[in-house]
Design a protein around this ligand. Structure first.
Ligand code: DAH
Length: 361
């Protein structure tokens, strides 16, 4: 048999094996067997040195052609195998998103997330839009711009988590309240302003009624003649809508915050009988929010002229709201990630709160 015939036989065998390779690994083995460094085609290449120049040129050309033919066959087999693997994967991993959730596998929505959505829904209906701000703040946004200068005693009330000091002495911090969003909003929007800012806040504090992470929703309304009456009405409307009853009793107490003047705190009437919290009965009160008329210094810090504009702000504890509305006694359980607790107090993902459809229904 001539060298030529032998080579053709080799190529024929190789093509047969390439076609028969059922996966990429098998194909790779065939490639190594024929085209690898110690492969059968490569071995013939090595023989070239023994031939005289004329023969070598001719034999070299034939061998190269054979090599290219095999490379092409391998590439096209590889493409076919990859396409088939992708199709199989797509068929296997197909998800029919129109199928209903299987109850035994359904996750639950945390009460905080649910209440967050309820709050957004109520304020959206009152014409508020939702604003956001960063969790990591500077001293300016969290304190100074809110009329809390460095030595102010209010700083001690905020058990702040600080980051390491920079070379210039500046220290970033985890925001201790959502009030910094007031300043971010004033910087980016011209009045009239009507926003709420729900979000996560952080304080270095932990006992039965305090956790290092909790949630607040800030509100800011700035216009030419916004006054305390608007503030009180908005809070009353909010509470009625949120607790889904006309019978919410609220107590407005004069208070003090550096960023508002005058300031008031609002308590909700409730009872704690038998470890159960109930709104609108008993003679206990739970503080749910701080509020007031925005201090002129805060407006100025946000670049707004206090002689032209005025308004109110408030900050509500979202976790407190959830405890009150859904009778959840212990705040710390919110963050335990205990699946039994979540199943008990959580909400179905399909239970989206709407005013028309009912918030908690
Ligand atoms: N930032 C305050 C806190 O975390 C809550 C608060 C009080 C927010 C009064 C306000 C306000 O907007 O007007 O304790």
């Amino acid at each position: 048999m001539s060298g030529q015939d032998e080579l053709q036989e080799l190529v024929g065998a190789a093509i047969g094996e390439i076609e028969a390779a059922e996966d990429i690994r098998a194909l790779d083995e065939v490639r190594v067997k024929y085209l690898g460094k110690k492969g059968l085609v490569s071995a013939q290449m090595k023989e070239l040195g023994k031939l005289d120049p004329e023969q070598r040129r001719e034999r070299g050309r034939v061998l190269n052609e054979a090599r290219q033919q095999l490379e092409k066959a391998i590439a096209s087999r590889r493409a076919a195998l990859e396409k088939r693997a992708l199709e199989e994967k797509l068929a296997k991993e197909r998800v029919d998103v129109t199928l209903p959730a299987r109850p035994e596998r359904a996750g639950v929505v945390h009460p905080v997330s649910h209440v967050w959505e309820e709050v957004v829904e109520i304020f959206a209906d009152l014409g508020f839009s939702v604003a956001e701000g960063p969790h990591i703040e500077t001293d300016w946004y969290n304190f100074e711009a809110l009329n809390i200068p460095p030595e102010h005693p209010a700083r001690q009330e905020h058990d702040t988590f600080y980051f390491h000091e920079k070379e210039d002495g500046a220290r970033k911090l985890l925001r201790t309240h959502t009030s910094p969003v007031q300043i971010h909003t004033m910087e980016t929007q011209q009045p009239p302003i009507r926003i709420i800012a729900p979000g996560r806040v952080f304080r270095c504090d932990s006992d039965p009624t305090h956790t290092p992470v909790f949630h607040q929703v800030e509100a800011l309304v700035i216009d030419r003649d916004t006054h305390m009456g608007h503030l009180k009405w908005t809070l009353e409307e909010f509470c009625k809508a949120f607790f889904e009853t006309e019978n919410v009793k609220m107590r407005f107490r004069a208070s003090h915050f550096p960023f508002t003047e005058p300031s008031m705190e609002v308590d909700i009437n409730c009872s704690w009988e038998g470890g159960q919290v109930k709104v609108g009965e008993g003679d206990d009160w739970l503080e749910i929010l701080g509020s007031g008329m925005v201090h002129p210094n805060v407006l100025r810090a946000g670049g707004i002229d206090p002689d032209e504009w005025q308004g109110y702000a408030f900050g509500i504890g979202i976790d407190r709201l959830a405890m009150l509305k859904y009778g959840i006694p212990d705040l710390r359980a919110f963050f335990d990630a205990d699946i039994r607790w979540l199943k008990h107090y959580g909400f179905s993902a399909l239970q989206i709160p709407t005013l028309a459809g009912g918030l908690s229904a």
